[in-house]
Design a protein around this ligand. Structure first.
Ligand code: GTP
Ligand code: MG
Length: 179
């Protein structure tokens, strides 16, 4: 079955987004403290596809010598899982492009893993701030990418972006069935 992994810096709102998308409060454990999710968690949706909650990157205490973005079991999962159709990379809509996210996008590019970007917590911004931040983010991305990846604006708090993400997944599932 096709699966979609949710990744991003610790505390960015991965688990909250999964709960919002599924409509099941407390399905994925959330926390105010970073580092809550420590395993690869699969949630089967409609007996048809999987949402995969991953531990946040940029939290694991990685020694100075190792510059790995995340632990090996996560990179092994992301690079070898044939049913993984797309990674949703979550970034906080309030922040400019962070170095660690830029590195992760580049890592996905190098490994040829499809990804989309999910801006989280937009309820914490005014409309004009959202527009400006996204514009700045696009400008940053276009310094190393020829086009801006597909992205979604979301708030788990206010349930924004749910239909858009679920439609995208539904469309992608159809392609998976054909192939
Ligand atoms: P780790 O598992 O530790 O990597 O974190 P995570 O990315 O799964 O984040 P989680 O969903 O646990 O949320 C982290 C914090 O952000 C919690 O306090 C959430 O309540 C808060 N949060 C998540 N999404 C939103 C949102 O859309 N709006 C607001 N205002 N807060 C949010
Ligand atoms: Mg989590």
């Amino acid at each position: 079955m096709p699966e979609y992994a949710f990744i991003g810096r610790s505390n960015v709102g991965k688990s909250s987004l999964i709960n919002m998308l599924t409509g099941v409060t407390d399905l994925a454990k959330t926390s105010g403290k970073p580092g809550k999710t420590q395993l690869i968690n699969h949630f089967l949706i409609n007996d048809n596809w999987y949402i995969v909650d991953l531990p946040g990157y940029g939290y694991a205490k990685v020694s100075k010598e190792k510059s790995a973005l995340f632990e090996k079991f996560i990179s092994d999962y992301l690079t070898t899982r044939t049913s993984l159709l797309c990674i949703f990379v979550l970034v906080d809509a309030r922040l400019p492009l962070q170095q660690i996210d830029r590195e992760f996008f580049e890592w996905c590019g190098k490994k040829e893993i499809p990804f989309v970007i999910v801006f989280t917590k937009i309820d914490k911004l005014k409309r004009q701030e959202i527009v400006k931040n996204i514009e700045d983010y696009e400008t940053q991305l276009l310094r190393s990418w020829t086009e801006v990846p597909t992205y979604f604006l979301t708030s788990s708090e206010k349930k924004i972006g749910r239909d858009e993400i679920l439609s995208f997944i539904e469309e992608t599932n159809k392609i998976f069935k054909i192939v």
